[in-house]
Design a protein around this ligand. Structure first.
Ligand code: FAD
Length: 488
């Protein structure tokens, strides 16, 4: 039987393991940590449970597809569709419970923001058009194989390019609303891939359709169930996992991969799929080949500072996803991307899974995942920044929600960009690999295959088509499609 080795058990590594198993490979996953899932991990602090990384779940069919590869194997994985996408709050007392449905969103937003319903519906229809006409080119195929450019679908997508807003920034594309709060609300979608709305191209206005049109979901038991269920499935179908075994080198001979060397020994393989971020992959595991410097020099996506707070009270005005907006969004993004610093009036995201899974917090309490967007780690003094950010966040919560939260904090854990890099090897602690702060970003990501070493492939957030759970899952699918079936 042909052997495949996967380096890393992030969501893309797990998806790739299942897809290669289905193709008839003997699959071994080497993981430096003692758990599977990478960024999709969870922690317990006293009686509180927290998802450590992602909190927003879209396109759940991509997970279903993996479970359906092995229809006879039972693994518990269920999710619900949310009626509300997010609760938005501003300091002047405006709040908006955004429905996760295009029509209802347009009706409600028109009322709250005194905007024409027609303008909103047109914007959302445009978002749908952009997503549907380009997904097959940008998200579902390798952009680095000539056959991609020979299909009818690609031709259709190329003909649509003049209407996709790629010559505008997302902010310019969102300027048609008369109320600046709507401009800010739609600008926020740039953060779904770790970019700035003032730099990322207008085509990103397709992202609201993913959430408001195709829906936002919650996995029963929390986000961690996504990675856990795939891990359980992979174990049941015979994928081998070797935890606490960091890969130190990718071995090759005559421009063909031959296996890997870990801290414990050397392992041969017919193919190797690397789920480690491409930057450390070249710098640490492939020191003996010429690295694609142009790709590695690309600007990285934003990172995050997260406070995990057990809160000794519950707040009916909050939902699963809550956003408290900065008064000066542009200054916030300039601080993050230009100055590599934090803004004093940050946009604060509060995720509370105990709203959906009451067992995540003691009775009458809530588990708050409180996150602000930050630059990656460029050597800033994070100890000092954490103290300052906590003060600014507490004050923002007071101004927007009129809650004195500090005295309600029961337990606390803090994750910085440095911590994210330490846990997962993501260069600079970037959440989504390279940023999409220019219109060519989609074409500049690392391909899903290695151009120098045959049978070496790359999956995950730092390669095509990009970061975020759905795109990581698509990277595994695109990659598996490049690899032939093998049956012993
Ligand atoms: P990773 O999760 O980065 O995993 C890589 C794995 O490889 C790790 O387990 C690591 O230990 C292992 N590894 C690395 N080097 C080696 C080595 N040499 N040997 C062996 N093993 C190695 N996405 C969303 O869709 N929705 C969200 O709401 C969202 N929010 C986020 C919030 C936070 C705080 C973070 C951190 C991320 C968020 N993301 C979100 C992004 C999403 O989590 C990532 O894009 C995705 O999980 C990345 O998966 P991956 O497969 O690329 O690998």
């Amino acid at each position: 039987m042909k052997k495949a080795i996967i380096i890393g058990s992030g969501i893309a590594g797990l998806a790739a393991a299942l897809r290669l198993k289905k193709k008839g490979y003997q699959v071994s996953v080497f993981e430096k940590n003692d758990y599977a899932g990478g960024k999709l991990h969870a922690i317990e602090l006293g009686k509180y449970r927290f998802d450590l990384g992602p909190s927003l779940f879209t396109l759940p069919h991509l997970i279903d597809e993996l479970h359906q590869l092995f229809p006879d194997v039972e693994v518990d994985f269920n999710y619900i569709k949310k009626k509300t996408a997010c609760h938005y709050f501003w300091e002047d007392g405006t709040s908006f419970e955004a429905p996760a449905d295009l029509e209802n969103f347009a009706v409600k937003a028109a009322e709250i923001f005194d905007e024409k319903q027609r303008t909103l519906s047109k914007y959302l229809q445009n978002s749908k058009m952009k997503y549907e006409s380009t997904k097959s080119l940008f998200l579902e195929k390798s952009l680095h194989k000539s056959k991609t450019y020979l299909s009818k679908q690609t031709l259709k997508a190329i003909l649509k390019i003049p209407f996709l807003g790629i010559n505008n920034t997302l902010d310019q594309e969102n300027k048609n609303f008369s109320n600046p709060k709507l401009n800010q609300l739609f600008n926020r979608y740039a953060t779904y891939n770790g970019s700035s709305p003032y730099l990322t191209p207008g085509i990103m206005s397709m992202i609201p359709y993913l959430e408001l049109g195709l829906g936002t979901y919650y996995p029963q038991g929390g986000m961690h169930r996504i990675s856990q269920s795939l891990f359980e499935l992979a174990q049941k179908v015979g994928v081998e996992f070797r935890f606490r075994e960091s890969v130190k080198k990718i071995n090759h001979s005559n421009n063909k991969v031959t296996g890997v060397t870990t801290e414990k020994g050397t392992h041969d393989a017919d193919i190797v799929l690397c789920n480690m971020d491409v930057f450390p992959t070249y710098r640490q595991l492939l020191q003996d080949i010429k690295a694609p410097e142009k790709i590695l020099k690309q600007e990285r996506s934003s990172s995050a500072l997260i406070f995990y707070w057990g809160i000794k009270k519950s707040f009916p005005q909050l939902d699963l996803h809550n956003i408290l907006f900065s008064e000066n969004y542009k200054a916030e993004f300039e601080a993050i991307f230009n100055n590599k610093s934090l803004y004093e009036d940050p946009t604060v995201y509060i995720n509370i899974t105990s709203k959906q899974s009451p067992q995540d917090a003691p009775k009458g309490c809530e588990n708050w995942f409180v996150m602000i967007n930050t630059p990656g780690d460029y050597g800033q003094d994070w100890e000092k920044l954490v103290i300052k950010a906590k003060k600014n966040i507490l004050s923002k919560i007071k101004r927007c929600l009129n809650i004195d939260v500090e005295e309600l904090i029961d337990v606390e854990y803090v994750l910085t960009p440095q911590g994210i890099e330490k846990n997962t090897s993501s260069y600079r602690g970037a959440l989504y690999g390279a940023a999409s702060n220019n219109k060519f970003a989609a074409f500049l990501r690392h391909p899903n295959f290695n151009k120098t070493i045959g049978n070496l492939y790359h999956v995950g957030g730092s390669v095509h088509p990009g970061g975020g759970i759905p795109l990581c899952l698509l990277s595994a699918k695109i990659t598996a499609d490049l690899i032939p079936n093998t049956h012993a």
